[in-house]
Design a protein around this ligand. Structure first.
Ligand code: S3P
Length: 412
């Protein structure tokens, strides 16, 4: 191995993709048992490796030297060979620093709440202090190890300005969870979440809804990798390297979610976008029909709308957990807030807008099979569609032109 990552379970790591973009190819993932770690470090032929859970502390005694940062945090995530010696550093701190800066927050003199007491919480304390925080308070369920409980945090630290989540709360498959009620911290100026799957946790979405700048962990992951690559190669990358790679990753991993009225052209446009981007299409109406083994008019007739909506929510929950797709939703998908939240965790919602009088009622649409029903639906739903949209595209040009417009708005 020349470059790579060691840890215990590496199945879902994005590191190989990021390092490939930095020119470190091949970047191998090597799962090691605890007793294999010292031998690997001593005899491995690597130039530079990253270290992840649970070996960030365990590697330290095997190294010849570690950086000030790694010593202060008590964890190493990058090991390089220099003149035959093993040197350990911690680039998670640089990654988290960049993530905090990306929120636009100024930490100087601020009180910072850090959720969690695991390894990453130590990195967060270090990064927050390095950025000038006046006070860091760690929060955990037990309130042990120098932390306060969530109840204490809400009672005694209501004035916190910055919040950093270092717990796995909100991470796939626990995507419905949110570690805190932001209502209890009315003075927050920024939220950073180290979780990157989903791209935006409920915590990040909840913060943004309140107008608080918030960022998810993919940018931190990218920035720590860039810093590690600099150590591997003893070089410096241009300052916007992390930002560029982050944007590329987002383009690849984020979903394009098409919303809009029945008959607005979501399925047609999904096919066009597939031709343009190569991303696979998930059509929620089709998936519902496949699962149920019945057509939508049949489901409405036999089970009623409410049961249809439940099926729709469960298909949306499943589809929106994955990234890199075009999702064509049914016209009523945005009626339930929890569908919108699920879709937004890994995607951007693009509202396809067409003049109401050009929406054509069809027989296979139980809620829009007459002109009257179609017009009523539009009046009722227009504000809901607008509130759920991250951006809106008018269905005016050819499908190809509109698809290009959707892609550019979605990327912006
Ligand atoms: C519905 C729209 C339909 C389908 C179902 C309900 C709605 O999808 O999900 O008939 O409530 O607007 P289209 O928007 O693709 O017609």
């Amino acid at each position: 191995m020349i470059y790579g990552l060691i840890g215990e379970h590496l199945g879902h790591s994005f590191s190989a993709e990021i390092h490939a973009r930095l020119g470190e190819e091949p970047y191998e993932l090597r799962e090691l048992a605890p007793e294999e770690v010292p031998l690997f470090l001593r005899e491995g032929e690597f130039r530079g490796i990253n270290v992840t859970i649970p070996y960030k502390q365990a590697v330290i005694p095997c190294l010849d030297e570690i950086s000030e940062t790694a010593r202060a945090i008590g964890a190493v995530n990058t090991v390089v060979r220099r003149n035959g010696k093993l040197y350990g550093d911690n680039t998670d701190a640089a990654g988290l620093t960049r993530l905090l800066q990306r929120t636009g927050a100024d930490l100087r003199g601020r009180k910072v709440l850090i959720l969690g007491t695991g390894g990453t919480s130590l990195t967060a304390m270090y990064a927050a202090r390095a950025l000038g925080a006046a006070q860091t308070v760690r929060v955990s369920r037990s309130g042990r190890d120098g932390a306060v409980t969530y109840e204490q945090a809400a009672a005694e630290h209501r004035d916190a300005r910055i919040l950093i989540n270092t717990t796995p709360c909100g991470m796939y498959p626990r995507t419905e969870e949110c570690p805190v009620d932001l209502e209890r911290f009315p003075e927050l100026e920024a939220v950073a979440d180290v979780v990157y799957n989903p791209l935006r946790t409920n915590l990040v979405l909840e913060a943004r809804k309140r107008g608080i700048p918030a960022e998810g962990g993919l940018y931190m992951l990218t920035a720590q990798a860039v810093r590690a690559a600099e150590l591997f190669r003893n070089t410096e990358y241009p300052p916007d390297t992390a930002e560029e790679i982050y944007r590329e990753l987002l383009r690849e991993k984020e979903n394009i979610v098409l919303t809009g009225m029945p008959g607005s052209g979501k399925s047609t446009l999904a096919a066009e976008l597939h031709r343009l981007t190569g991303k696979p299409v998930a059509d929620t109406d089709k998936l519902i029909e496949e699962k149920a083994g019945r057509t939508i008019p049949e489901i409405f007739r036999e089970d009623g709308e409410e049961r249809f909506r439940d099926m729709e929510s469960s298909v949306i929950a499943e589809v929106s957990a994955r990234g890199g797709q075009i999702i064509a939703t049914g016209g009523g998908a945005v009626l339930r807030e929890k569908n919108v939240t699920a879709l937004r965790r890994n995607g951007k919602l693009v509202l396809l807008e067409r003049a109401a009088e050009t929406l054509v009622p069809t027989e296979d649409r139980p809620l829009a099979d007459t002109r009257e029903k179609m017009d009523r639906l539009w009046r009722e739903r227009e504000p809901v569609y607008r509130a759920a949209a991250d951006c809106t595209v008018a269905m005016e040009g050819t499908p190809e032109e509109t698809a290009r417009e959707v892609e550019s708005r979605w990327q912006a």
